[in-house]
Ligand binder design. Sequence first.
Ligand SMILES: Nc1ncnc2c1ncn2[C@@H]1O[C@H](COP(=O)(O)OP(=O)(O)O)[C@@H](O)[C@H]1O
Ligand SMILES: [Mg+2]
Length: 236
Amino acid sequence: MIKVQSLSHDFEIGRKGNKTIIPMLRDISFEVKQGEIVTIVGRSGSGKSTLLNLISGFIHPKEGEILINNKNVTKLSETKFADFRIEHIGFIFQSFQLIPSMTAFQNVELPLILKGVNEADRKKTTEEILTTVGLIDYKDHYPGELSGGQQQRVSIARALIVNPPVILADEPTGSLDSETEQELLQFIKNLNMELGITFLIITHDQRVAEIGNRTIELRDGRIYSPELSTKQEVLL
Ligand SMILES: Nc1ncnc2c1ncn2[C@@H]1O[C@H](COP(=O)(O)OP(=O)(O)O)[C@@H](O)[C@H]1O
Ligand SMILES: [Mg+2]
């Protein structure tokens, strides 16, 4: 589903003549298989969001390769990656990223509009997905009229609507209280078990990381594996 091979990335700061290179990720290799929930855990600043941005094609790696659904996306152009993303990756963010002036229905429907799906099919699919996430009765509510947990379920519905092979989540429970967090994690687990949705979830919270079938720890820009101190590679 996702294969990351020997990925390395640096950030350059400053202007010409006075550039500083900040090493960020080093030799990252791992795989997410279909039907898995893989969690990536690491302290704040350990490069988790950077890794997700690389996998999503928002930034390009200095070295290494990324395969999504067996397609090597590392060298895709900006526009090709944007097209690829719509069909193949669902996103969930800590801050939900819903459009406040649009209802739950309109937020969830949006990816289908971008994909050029006709109105009748959009309505049918959007209502089906809102039913799946238990929010059909809230379809005409605006984000501001929904609780945090409900807003995150709207954003999960929006991520699910194009039927992507994988959903990438960056701190998906970071804005929720601990009770709602547990509910949302259970909801993600159910989607995984009942619909076989694959998730790659990033978190700084060890308890959230525990919902994964597998957890990968980032430390100092590398994958930390206690049993492999010389060879930084996760055994699959
Ligand atoms: N575009 C950038 N240029 C320079 N530094 C960056 C850039 N993006 C992120 N960083 C730095 O990289 C570090 C890791 O960031 P991030 O991947 O967001 O970590 P995490 O998600 O694990 O908290 C942070 O110290 C951040 O300031
Ligand atoms: Mg982050």
